[in-house]
Design a protein around this ligand. Structure first.
Ligand SMILES: [Cu+2]
Ligand SMILES: [Zn+2]
Length: 171
């Protein structure tokens, strides 16, 4: 009886993991140190898993004032001009854009607005982002800041222009 009960319990655990793929291999916390194209440090993002998605705490310095697109990209490689980070993190195969009719990518987040000082501290709840094995896959993931603002609809990247900062996501 005991053995059978244990077997059933084990099967239930396996079943639970199978129906909740977002929790399989999930991590509680992650971080990214951002740098600009000259290799200078421009800030840090820490990510916390919540039951509603991922809470990002971002502290930035020495960035050009203005509105900048802020995304999670699908490859953890930050070689200037940061094309190496690939496209937006998009495990569900959607189109780009918070305002897109068939949007959005899990890596899409609202623009950040950097004041004249060049420094900014913000927190963002990304309800689409899960710190799971699709994010931390073989080629990793990165956080990228663009020169221009995301228009929230142009596929595939919001017409945000060149990439000015990048940080590899680490568990
Ligand atoms: Cu981007
Ligand atoms: Zn996108």
């Amino acid at each position: 009886m005991t053995i059978r009960y244990r077997t059933v319990s084990a099967l239930l655990v396996i079943l639970a993991l199978a129906v909740m793929p977002q929790f399989a291999g999930a991590v509680k916390q992650a971080y990214a140190k951002l740098q600009n194209a000259n290799g200078d440090a421009v800030g840090m993002a820490t990510l916390h898993r919540t039951s509603h998605g991922t809470l990002l705490h971002v502290k930035l310095d020495d960035l050009p004032p203005g509105a900048h697109a802020f995304h999670v990209h699908s490859i953890g490689k930050c070689e200037p001009p940061f094309k190496s980070a690939g496209g937006h993190y998009n495990p569900k195969g959607h189109n780009h854009g918070i305002l897109g009719e068939d949007g959005m990518h899990a890596g899409d987040m609202p623009n950040i607005h950097v004041p004249e000082s060049g420094s900014l501290e913000i927190e963002i709840l990304n309800t689409q982002l899960v710190l799971d094995t699709t994010l931390f896959d073989e080629d990793g993931a990165a956080i990228v800041i663009h020169e221009g603002a995301d228009d929230y609809k142009s596929d595939p990247a919001g017409a945000a222009g060149p990439r000015i900062a990048c940080g590899i996501l680490h568990k």
